[in-house]
Design a protein around this ligand. Sequence first.
Ligand code: HEC
Length: 161
Amino acid sequence: MRIVYWLFVVSAALFVSGIGFIVAGARTTHRVAPAEAPALTPVASVKQIMNGIVQPAANVVFGSVGTIISAAGIVEKAPKTDEEWAAVGSSAVALVESANLLVMGDRAVDREDWVKMSRALAEAGMTALKATEAKSTDGVLSAGAAVNESCDNCHRKYQRE
Ligand code: HEC
């Protein structure tokens, strides 16, 4: 009787620790080892980032909504399908990421206004992204205005041409 009881306890204990093992195993497979940060080598000039990423992305955001007035009448322009909204969102987030690129390495001209103005671009891009997620035409329109202002502010101070 005693032996049977102990066998039961032992097997119960094995069973529980087995479960523990599985749980621990599941946890460890989900925990990604913190990889060593890869060495980042900035390649593009600010001008290339502007022409290659910022301007094309801004064009998509600016061009996605608005009112087109022509002889044919007034047409409200807005993304229609989920895919169209998502495409505008992708461009909005490209603006956010390009703001990250602008402060990487020695691209930041200084640690004050340049950083602030890059952040303003990132924030306006984030607002545009959220507006696309909410499928808000007005939201994209006003975020677009904020994006445009962030471009102008930085160019006024830093674009030498
Ligand atoms: C943090 C500062 C900053 C922000 C924000 C910024 N730019 Fe620029 N941009 C610059 C600088 C500096 C130059 C000049 C680069 C050069 O000539 O080397 C430039 C140049 C440009 C050029 C001209 C590139 C050429 O071929 O001469 C375009 C186009 C441009 N920016 C578009 C934009 C747009 C669109 C936005 C906003 C969505 C924007 N930029 C936001 C700093 C900024």
